[in-house]
Write a protein that binds this ligand. Sequence first.
Ligand SMILES: NC(=O)c1ccc[n+]([C@@H]2O[C@H](COP(=O)([O-])OP(=O)(O)OC[C@H]3O[C@@H](n4cnc5c(N)ncnc54)[C@H](OP(=O)(O)O)[C@@H]3O)[C@@H](O)[C@H]2O)c1
Length: 341
Amino acid sequence: MLTDSLTNFRVTLASRPVGEPTEANFRIDRRPVPEIAEGEILLQVLYLSLDPYMRGRMDAAKSYAAPVAIGDVMEGGTVARILKSRNRSYTPGEIVLSHSGWQSYAVANGDGLRKLNPESAPISTALGVLGMPGFTAYAGLRNIGKPMAGETVVVAAASGAVGSAVGQIAKINGARAVGIAGGKEKCTFVLDELGFDAVIDHTKADFADALAASCSNGIDVYFENVGGPIWDAVFPLLNDFARVPVCGLIAHYNGEVSARPDRLTDVMRTILRKSLTIRGFIQREFADQRPEFYQEASKWIAEGRLKYREDIVDGLENAPRAFIGLLKGRNFGKLIVRVSE
Ligand SMILES: NC(=O)c1ccc[n+]([C@@H]2O[C@H](COP(=O)([O-])OP(=O)(O)OC[C@H]3O[C@@H](n4cnc5c(N)ncnc54)[C@H](OP(=O)(O)O)[C@@H]3O)[C@@H](O)[C@H]2O)c1
């Protein structure tokens, strides 16, 4: 594992990918850990979250957040231990949620950190089920999907960080949860461990027919995580007044899904005819609902109604490969890098 007490191991953006990222787009370097000034703290990163949005940060294209500059540390959410503090609000030994990026140490001024209580939940959950992805599921359903008892909610990437929470929260709301996942192992997990009502394997040739058979009363809420051929199979099944929170389009992030017929007219006609609501969102739009989320999600976890799976990779040096795999469905659960013991 690339850590010691003197050196900051960093993963920086070496070049912008064209299509799929490769390990050559990243560079690992070493820098001395800087001294902290008055008001600052030194963080030792314990866990780094790897998330699909990071693919967008590798491009120069305009988006809802600024790109990572070439040569800069890749950005990312982290759980860190305070090693040294010259800030009266923080004490060495405390554990915080920070946004320290792909590196083993970071200096911070204390702004934007959230203290974590290791007694109340495993600290890695602050990056997953009790963190940004869990909140994304909660906020997208609460504000846009609005599932009602008896309705059918469909979500793809259903074994993953966001999708797993979407289906379970839909069920807490009394809806029927149908998951879409890639491969037998993930599908078995979604059905047997997470308790979805049905699951469809999108890698199978009969995927679209199987989805239609499983949603014989149509789809009331489709929580869009993926796009591509999965969206094509879902779209004709949407009921009148269906809601589609557009959360992510991971199938398009590397630009692979191209040369598809232009269906805009058909889509717009259907939106009109079926009175559909299709609404994109970035979770931070609903940031004021985070306190309620932490409270409700913690309760659901304690009651066994909200389960989660983490896919933990050891060592910062393995972050690039793990991240490339995330964009191909190689992760199984919330992808997290253990940076330090
Ligand atoms: N709007 C927001 O604020 C917000 C916040 C967080 C996340 N998101 C979005 O939510 C989605 C899920 O994120 P996550 O963190 O929960 O990731 P995740 O589900 O833990 O991992 C990604 C999963 O996506 C599926 N996938 C990857 N490439 C695919 C492809 N080409 N076609 C179909 N499926 C593919 C794979 O699952 P299978 O093997 O099961 O297909 C993979 O395991 C992403 O689109 C992400 O960008 C949005």
